[in-house]
Design a protein. Structure first.
Length: 238
């Protein structure tokens, strides 16, 4: 996908639930890792939902018709449907989601002037937010609510690329208490926040965020407007 990447990730794949439109996002170093990503996705989704995957609909890419994936699908009785070659409209739901992810990720990277190698985090943030926004095909409710049967929370959302300060765990009395970071993603686990500290990556809950007030206010106004139109207020909305 991109020549500049983080953690050697060159591609990503998404799995979209046709019922709820909820999307799962995985990064890949190589396309042949897609089979492993699907195995992980299948175990997770069936554990969370308590139901089995019946049908997998994909395009006709080589990674989807590989021997390893085809063997796995047959062993688990999953029907595999593929679109005709060079006919992306037959896989419209996933194709449209890919376009939405890339356009929003590009906008976040350019807006914050963050290096393009952080595209995996921008894409992850895009998917995380998209799952928590009202969807037109779901009569205005969110994919999260449709899948989990409960309203999502949005009080953990932060502005992508805002300045953050990570509390140092080991320091002397005269050392700086924190390091300046850049907030780059909102993971599904809302306790941890991933921040970039110049040369390293750290997961830590002890963070303070300094967001652009105008950007934060614009985000909140947009979310409140969408929620008002959906007439389904989210729990713990800010």
């Amino acid at each position: 996908m991109l020549s500049q990447q983080l953690h050697h990730c060159q591609y990503y794949c998404i799995f979209v639930d046709d019922y709820s439109r909820f999307t799962w996002y995985y990064t890949l170093q190589h396309k042949d890792q897609l089979a492993d990503a699907f195995k992980h996705f299948k175990a997770r989704i069936e554990n969370e939902s308590g139901t089995k995957i019946k049908i997998l609909h994909t395009d006709h890419g080589g990674e989807f018709i590989s021997n390893s994936l085809q063997k796995y699908l047959k062993e688990h009785g999953i029907i595999h449907r593929t679109s005709a070659p060079y006919t992306p409209e037959q896989n419209g739901t996933a194709e449209r989601m890919n376009r939405t992810i890339m356009e929003s990720a590009r906008a976040m990277l350019f807006q914050t002037n963050i290096n393009i190698r952080f595209w995996p985090h921008a894409c992850a943030t895009s998917v995380h937010i998209k799952n928590r926004l009202p969807h037109s095909s779901l009569n205005g409710i969110t994919p999260y609510e449709k899948f989990h049967n409960k309203a999502p929370t949005i009080d953990h959302l932060k502005v992508f690329g805002c300045k953050a300060y990570l509390l140092k765990q080991t320091r002397t009395k005269l050392d700086r208490k924190s390091d300046a970071c850049i907030f780059v993603t909102t993971p599904s686990n809302t306790i941890l926040r991933l921040a970039i500290i110049f040369s390293g990556l750290f997961d830590n809950a002890d963070e303070t965020h300094q967001e652009n007030v105008a950007s934060k206010a614009s985000l909140l106004r947009l979310l409140k407007l969408l929620l008002k139109k959906s007439q389904r207020p989210l729990r713990n909305a800010i």
